[in-house]
Ligand binder design. Structure first.
Ligand SMILES: [Zn+2]
Length: 245
């Protein structure tokens, strides 16, 4: 990345919504990479059943707020990291106020409602974000640049079949599967902030960990999308080939 890239990271603000299986590795890598200011949001406390995949925490953290333990862990890695705690659950009522001012958002939640709330607020505020979901041996992730590619609602409609959420929790999530996908989310944030590589915009990365098969599925943006459609320039989309891939 060089000195310029490192300075860009130091001057960046990233919000991490969800401090579970995806958010744990994402926070470790964002902190270690040198992101200057990191917001963390979660409402839960650390439970024993979390520890197999939520690698931020250990037995000594059981019963504590995830936000406070995650902040302490980040400060262990980099004592000069600015870590802003948002205790609670993201909702339509608070999302825009919390998200405004961040340069990039990592949506690492475990439920459909929160995924939509983050999507809608980021699109409204024109803030780039990474979406992801994991379940058993499956993972998926995409990056949204509002107006420059499809949003989560373009892809999944109003009632998405996201393989995350409490359903995923019940079926179980293998720790390393969440670890890989969460690390990819951190990488997308770093690429966006520093400005290198090719982002997962207009492409859903799916991973079948059982067969160890990664696929990049091209996705059209939907000009009729109720959330981001008005931002979309149809001609620009055709030119970029989003609709015809
Ligand atoms: Zn959309």
């Amino acid at each position: 990345m060089g000195e310029a890239g490192q300075l860009a990271l130091l001057g960046s603000r990233v919000l991490l919504v969800g401090l579970g299986g995806l958010g744990s590795p994402a926070l470790l890598y964002l902190t270690a990479a040198g992101v200057g200011s990191i917001g963390i949001m979660d409402m839960d406390r650390v439970e024993l059943s979390n520890l197999q995949r939520q690698v931020l925490y250990g037995e000594g953290d059981l019963g504590s707020d995830k936000t406070s333990r995650a902040r302490a862990r980040a400060m262990q890695i980099r004592s000069d990291a600015e870590v802003q705690v948002h205790q609670g659950r993201i909702s339509e009522a608070n999302a825009r106020q919390i998200i405004a001012g961040y340069d990039f958002v990592i949506e690492a939640t475990d439920n459909r409602e929160s995924k939509f709330v983050v999507n809608d607020a980021c699109v409204a505020l024109n803030i780039a974000f990474s979406h992801a979901g994991v379940s058993e041996l499956q993972g998926q992730t995409m990056t949204v640049l509002p107006g420059r590619g499809p949003c989560v609602r373009c892809v999944f409609g109003d009632v998405p079949d996201l393989e995350a959420g409490r359903e995923g929790e019940e079926r179980g999530i293998l720790g390393p599967v969440a670890g890989v996908v969460g690390a990819i989310q951190a990488l997308e944030a770093i690429k966006y902030l520093v400005g290198f590589g090719e982002l997962l915009v207009g492409r859903l990365l799916t991973w079948d960990a059982g067969r160890m098969e990664f696929r990049r599925v091209p996705l059209p943006a939907e000009p009729s999308c109720g959330v981001c459609g008005k931002l979309l320039d149809g001609a620009e989309y055709e030119k970029r080939g989003f609709r015809n891939q």
